[in-house]
Write a protein that binds this ligand. Structure first.
Ligand code: FBP
Length: 333
């Protein structure tokens, strides 16, 4: 089979009018940053990048060294790239402006530089999640308000998975496409065309240690799954929880399933655990583009009107039939 690189794939998308030269070039800058992060992640203790950084992020969470390294790599690469009006990162409280002496572009980039931080020191897969929006017309430096657009306004979304191999999963609104990093060539090779989420599944992902905090609809749904053949679902379900959203979502994109980080008594005050702008929205776009569904348990995630850059939301995504069932249980009250 002809090996197609990410650059060739994006140029073909551009020739077919499915993306613009500016967006293609932006995605290539993000891909280059992902390669640099992949090198750091794979070196681990050899490069002294494991462990705490000794600082906290905007969410008050202890930062890992790799959180800081990955964030710096993405900021520096995209500041210089010339395709952005501004950026937003899980690790940075305010909007990150492009230095005055660098060229600017028409896009806004949002990212979680290293997702699944709690797994870094135990060598379990982690990732990077990103979302691209258009910067609304207007004078002056972009503000937080410029970013507060519903997920359906995203022009691209993707994630990198730093696992046994490094993969880049991408959508520009025409299906979901997967690329695998060829370390010898230093290029992402097109390996997974038009990834789709199977509608039916027998696999679910949720942090069951939170069960006592769950709302009744989730108690009911998970209870039925655990009842398996003997219960109303009449079939057995298996559970998986990597605690790296990227890894759990990638499994669902590959073989189906449902991922839930619902609203529970533990995270109710925060509105949820996962962040809307650079975790839930990009993953929702990818899952929907792959034929799945993504809700808060009550509403379509990509229809939510954001109110804050770092706001958190409940997340239920994956195989459409299961997401619809969980949402129905919530709406039945
Ligand atoms: P960050 O690591 O980017 O903060 O992401 C949050 C996250 O690690 C998700 O990747 C994962 O799905 C979830 O938190 C795991 O939560 P828990 O520790 O409750 O299992």
């Amino acid at each position: 089979m002809r090996r197609v690189t990410l650059t060739q794939f994006l140029i073909e998308q551009q020739r077919a009018g499915r993306t613009t030269p500016e967006l293609r070039l932006l995605i290539e800058v993000v891909a280059r940053a992902v390669k640099a992060i992949s090198v750091n992640v794979s070196k681990g203790a050899l490069a002294g990048v494991l462990g705490e950084a000794g600082t906290d992020n905007v969410q008050g969470e202890a930062q890992k060294k790799l959180d800081v390294i990955a964030n710096e790599i993405l900021l520096q690469a995209n500041e210089w790239g010339g395709h952005l009006a501004a950026m937003a990162s899980e690790e940075v409280e305010e909007v990150h402006q492009i230095p005055f002496d660098y060229p600017k572009g028409g896009f806004l980039l949002l990212f979680d530089p290293l997702d699944g931080s709690s797994n870094i020191d135990v060598n379990i897969s982690v990732g990077t999640i990103f979302s691209v929006l258009r910067n609304p017309e207007g004078e002056g430096e972009p503000t937080e308000q410029n970013f507060l657009q519903p997920g359906r306004e995203q022009v691209a979304a993707g994630y990198a998975l730093y696992g046994p191999s490094t993969q880049l999963i991408l959508t520009v609104g025409d299906g979901v496409h997967g690329f695998t990093l060829d370390r010898e060539m230093g290029s992402f090779i097109y390996t997974h065309p038009f990834m789709t989420v199977p509608n039916e599944t027998q696999e679910f992902a949720i942090n069951a240690s939170n069960a006592r905090h769950w709302e009744p609809p989730v108690q009911r749904y998970v209870g039925e799954l655990q009842a398996g053949k003997t219960g109303p679902r009449g079939k057995d379900f298996n559970m998986r929880w990597v605690a790296s959203m990227v890894a759990d979502v990638h499994r669902i994109l590959t073989r189906g399933g449902i991922f839930m980080y619902p609203l529970d008594e533990k995270c109710r005050d925060q509105g949820g655990k996962l962040r809307l702008m650079y975790e839930a929205n990009p993953m929702a776009m990818i899952i929907e583009q792959a034929g799945g569904a993504a809700t808060t348990g009550r509403e379509r995630i990509m229809d939510l009107q954001p109110t804050k850059l770092h706001q958190r939301v409940p997340v239920v995504l994956g195989s459409a039939a299961e997401v619809e069932r969980v949402t129905k249980y919530h709406l039945e009250g």
